[in-house]
Ligand binder design. Structure first.
Ligand code: SF4
Ligand code: SF4
Length: 486
């Protein structure tokens, strides 16, 4: 799809839209020149789109991308897990019966690779114990009964002068926000940004690709919270030592590209680049290749090629929470899918049970399959008692007919090679699938680089025999993790 950016769609610059007082003609000419220059910059961005080899073009269903973010009401009870991030779970520091204020720390970080948890609502602690989690396991949670009559302002905050902080103080302050990767990776933000100087990070890559079908929360954040994002990028550059940042955005979001292009600083330290709309454009290695032309060697991290990747949602919340001295108590996420009557992007308190969330958006009784995240890499949940957590970027509801009722029959591999043509990691999914059928999981890793597979699902998507390749690879990887070769 060729994206078009119209002059009238561009956001107003400071001073535009007001009645001119002195020298109106000069001001008008300057404003017009500014707009023309921005338009030229945008046109050149769209001409030189970054991309990567292979990948797929699924149906995107991005209709909610044009809807403004809305706020959902509070559920009567919020269920807040202590483990919402990669790393050690937080340590509960409240008791049953204790009243808490919105924003108050209710669980403290347990060491460096851990995050505090803040009360998402003013209320009272009703229970502390095991509750169903998205993983399918029971996990330790704090259940709050929400004071519905309360205005639910964030009461506990400590505004900070971020510019006056040194790097260690900055990283400590980021940990205090409880922020982890909000794109779904949930890696603690302060740990990710704490890159040793000797690693020589030269570029902060800001991920605004949002390549998963249905998900549009990153899109709306870029359009509606542009200044938070720019502030968060500057904090992340200081914390990581990266001297420049590049924001990569798929070209199906021209309004986001325009909003960001209009907010870029004059010193050239932050730039924006349009990317081809193609899945999985937002994966770390494909994004780095598309923006910088650098390939990450097998088994290594982006730092090996001087890059650090952060998601736009994470950085927008960083820019919002850090100067306000607040903890993460809510997030913006997409609720969509054929079984949802009012799809959109919503501000949802952490701990909101899916059942309540789906009732609010009119998810009909035909919603039989619920996916957290996107349809390509998200996970199906089995209980509506599971709460929204920091890593929940989307909740998708599908009717039964779209899943189980239409589950395609699986046929043998016909050797068409379609899966090989789309794999962004240049693996041989057909060969891996054949070995998986024989349970030769160790051979899959040793000879065919199973560990390079990041479960994007492109191979399964195109397979005409409907072989559930990615599911097989997940099983094989889990087996190898439990049974390491010594
Ligand atoms: S799921 Fe793995 S093997 Fe399949 S296309 Fe993606 S990276 Fe390649
Ligand atoms: S796409 Fe499916 S049928 Fe074709 S080679 Fe790959 S596994 Fe075999």
């Amino acid at each position: 799809m060729k994206a078009e950016v119209k002059l009238d769609d561009l956001p107003l610059q400071d001073g535009e839209g007001r009645k001119p007082s002195a020298a109106p003609a000069r001001r008008e000419r300057a404003a017009h020149a500014g707009r023309r220059s921005l338009l030229f910059r945008l046109a050149s961005l769209f001409r030189s789109k970054g991309t990567f080899a292979h990948g797929i073009h699924p149906a995107y269903h991005k209709e909610t991308g044009s809807l403004p973010i809305r706020r959902l009401p509070f559920a009567s009870h919020l269920v807040v897990p202590l483990a919402q991030h990669i790393g050690k779970p937080a340590l509960c520091c409240v008791n049953v019966g204790q009243e808490v204020s919105r924003g108050e720390v209710i669980a403290t970080a347990d060491g460096r690779i851990s995050l505090p948890v803040h009360a998402p609502a003013t209320g009272v602690v009703e229970a502390i114990g095991l509750m169903p989690a998205a993983s399918g396991k029971m996990e330790e949670c704090i259940t709050l009964r929400v004071y519905q009559a309360d205005g639910q302002e964030v009461r506990v905050r400590k505004p900070r002068d971020v510019d006056a902080m040194n790097r260690q103080e900055l990283l400590a302050a980021i940990q205090h926000t409880g922020l982890c990767g909000l794109g779904g990776a949930t890696f603690p933000a302060h740990v990710k940004l704490d890159v040793p100087a000797e690693m020589g990070i030269d570029t902060l890559v800001v991920n605004g690709a949002e390549c998963e079908p249905f998900l549009t929360c990153d899109h709306r954040i870029m359009v509606e919270r542009t200044q938070d994002l720019m502030r968060g990028i500057r904090y992340a550059m200081r914390a990581s030592g990266a001297p420049r940042a590049i924001i990569g955005i798929e070209d199906n979001k021209p309004d986001a590209i325009a909003a960001i292009a209009a907010a870029l600083p004059d010193d050239g330290s932050i730039s924006v680049q349009a990317l081809e709309t193609k899945y999985p454009q937002g994966a770390e290695d494909t994004l780095i290749y598309a923006l910088l032309g650098r390939e990450i060697p097998a088994g290594q991290r982006p730092a090996a090629v001087g890059a650090l990747v952060n998601n736009v949602m994470t950085l927008a919340y960083l820019g919002r929470l850090l100067p306000a001295g607040e903890g993460l108590v809510e997030r913006v996420l997409t609720v969509a899918g054929p079984a949802v009557e009012s799809p959109g992007n919503y501000i949802v308190p952490i701990g909101t049970p899916l059942r309540f969330l789906l009732e609010q958006v009119g998810a009909t009784s035909s919603a039989k399959e619920i996916i957290l995240g996107g349809p390509m890499m998200g996970m199906t949940v089995s209980s509506l008692d599971v709460p929204v957590t920091k890593g929940t970027s989307g909740v998708l509801a599908f009717a039964a007919a779209a899943t189980a009722g239409e589950a395609p029959r699986v046929y043998p591999c016909i050797g068409c090679g379609e899966c090989v043509k789309v794999c962004p990691r240049f693996l041989n999914p057909a060969q891996l699938g054949l070995l998986s059928g024989k349970r030769e999981y160790v051979e899959m890793a040793a000879q065919f680089n199973l560990d390079r597979c990041f479960e994007c699902g492109c191979c399964s998507y195109v397979c005409p025999s409907h072989i559930p390749l990615v599911q097989q690879f997940r099983v094989a990887k889990a087996y190898n993790r439990k049974n390491p070769v010594t």
